[in-house]
Design a protein around this ligand. Structure first.
Ligand code: ADP
Ligand code: MG
Length: 348
C-alpha cells in the first residue's frame, strides 16, 4: 500500500472513477457526500453520509484522511476552508470559490486577455429589461448551475415578461454565441510549468447536457494550438494543482471563446480512461497526492457516449460489447429522465 488515504467530497460518478483510479495506485479513498444513495460508495473504501456544513462529521472526515479533493465545484467555500485548516485541500479552496461564481470566473478569464462571450451581471428584472443588446442570450444563475440547470434562453425583450425568473438569485446574462462547435481541453498541473495536457476533445450537447465527446476534434491547427495555449495559461495563472477542464465555444467565423472552467475532472474526459496511458482521474490523483508525473501517451482515437435515463436499461439487461467498446454503469439506483446513468467509450 502507498499508505495514503484520499478524502473526496462529492459522491457522483466522478467520485467513483476517481476511486477506481486511486485503487490502481494503492491509495485508499473515503467519500463524503450529502446523498445517502451516492453511487461512488460502490467504488470507494469508505463512505461518510452527512451534510456539507456538519462540523462534527467534517472533523471526523479530516481526521481519517491525508489529503482532500472534490469531485464537484458546488461545495460551500466555508467547508473547504475549514477542512483546509485541518488537512491540505487541492485544488485550493480559493480557486474553487473563484470558479464556482460565473461572474468572477469570466472577469478572471478576461483579465488574462482570453476571449469569452459578452456578459453582464443581472440582479433584477429592471436591470434586465434594457439589455436588448445582449439578446438573444442566456440568463444563468451566478452559482450552483450544472447541466444547464438554472438557465433561461431569452430571444428578445418581449420574452422577458413571459419568463418566470426567480430573482431571489443573482444572474449573469451572456450573449448567445452562434455555435459551430464545442470543444474542451483537460489539463493536469503538477507544479510550475509541469503539466500533462490531453488533446482537445470535441463535444456535442443536447438540451445543454453533454451527449457525446470524441478525439480527435475536427478543428484547425490554429484552434488546436490556441485552445491548448489558453488552457496552459489559465492553469499556470491559477497555480492549479490537479486536473481541470476548460470548455470552449467555436463560432461560425472560427473564433474561439472560453465558456467555463471546471475545477475538477470532467465528463468530456471520460474517454481518457481508455484512449490514454494515464486517465484524467489517475492524473488528478497523481497530482494532488504528489506522486510521480507520467508522460501522457495517446493509445487510440475514441468516442464517448453518455447514457441518460432509461437508455441504461438495455445495457443492464444485455451488456454484450465488442472488444473496442467499454461500458461504465454508474450503478445509480434511481433512473431519472436525463440523469447521467453511465457511458460507453468506443476506441476507433
Ligand atoms: P453548465 O454549468 O450547466 O455546464 P454552461 O454554461 O456550460 O453551463 O452551458 C451548458 C451548455 O449550454 C453549453 O455547453 C452550450 O451548449 C450552451 N450554452 C451556454 N451558454 C451559451 C452561450 N453563451 N452561447 C451559446 N451556447 C451556450
Ligand atoms: Mg458547462
Amino acid at each position: 500500500m502507498s499508505g495514503i488515504t484520499l478524502g473526496i467530497l462529492g459522491g457522483g460518478q466522478l467520485g467513483s472513477m476517481l476511486s477506481v483510479a486511486a485503487k490502481k495506485l494503492n491509495i485508499k479513498t473515503i467519500i463524503y457526500c450529502d446523498d445517502q444513495n451516492a453511487p461512488s460508495q460502490n467504488f470507494s473504501d469508505e463512505f461518510i453520509f452527512a451534510k456539507y456544513n456538519d462540523k462534527d462529521k467534517i472533523y471526523e472526515f479530516a481526521n481519517k484522511v491525508d489529503i482532500i479533493t472534490y469531485e464537484f465545484e458546488n461545495i460551500p467555500f466555508e467547508t473547504l476552508n475549514e477542512l483546509n485548516k485541518l488537512k491540505t485541500v487541492l485544488p485550493k479552496p480559493s480557486i474553487n470559490r473563484l470558479i464556482q461564481h460565473r461572474l468572477a470566473e469570466k472577469d478572471f478569464i478576461n483579465k488574462l486577455n482570453i476571449r469569452t462571450t459578452r456578459y453582464v451581471a443581472v440582479e433584477n428584472k429592471e436591470q434586465l429589461l434594457p439589455l436588448g443588446d445582449f439578446l438573444p442570450g442566456i440568463l444563468k444563475t451566478t452559482t450552483m448551475g450544472y447541466d444547464g440547470k438554472g438557465q433561461y434562453l431569452i430571444n428578445n425583450v418581449e420574452e422577458i415578461n413571459s419568463l418566470n425568473i426567480d430573482f431571489s438569485k443573482d444572474y449573469i446574462l451572456e450573449k448567445l454565441v452562434k455555435l459551430k462547435k464545442e470543444i474542451s481541453v483537460i489539463i493536469t498541473r503538477f507544479g510550475n510549468n509541469k503539466y500533462g495536457i490531453y488533446e482537445p476533445i470535441e463535444n456535442i450537447h443536447e438540451e445543454q447536457i453533454l451527449k457525446s465527446s470524441k478525439i480527435p476534434a475536427e478543428i484547425s491547427k490554429k484552434l488546436f494550438d490556441q485552445s491548448k495555449e489558453w488552457s496552459i495559461q489559465i492553469a499556470e495563472e491559477l497555480k492549479y494543482i490537479g486536473t481541470l477542464c476548460i470548455e470552449f465555444f467555436i463560432d461560425r467565423n472560427d473564433n474561439l471563446y472560453v465558456n467555463e472552467i471546471a475545477p475538477r475532472v470532467h465528463n468530456s474526459g471520460h474517454l481518457t480512461i481508455n484512449a490514454y496511458n494515464v486517465s484524467q482521474f489517475e492524473n488528478h490523483i497523481r497530482s494532488v497526492c504528489s506522486l510521480e508525473q507520467v508522460l501522457l501517451k495517446k493509445i487510440s482515437n475514441a468516442e464517448m457516449i453518455n447514457i441518460l435515463g432509461n437508455q441504461i436499461i438495455p445495457y443492464r439487461k444485455n451488456p454484450k460489447l465488442n472488444d473496442n467498446q467499454f461500458l461504465f454503469d454508474y450503478l445509480k439506483k434511481d433512473i431519472k429522465e436525463k440523469r447521467k446513468m453511465g457511458h460507453l467509450t468506443i476506441l476507433k
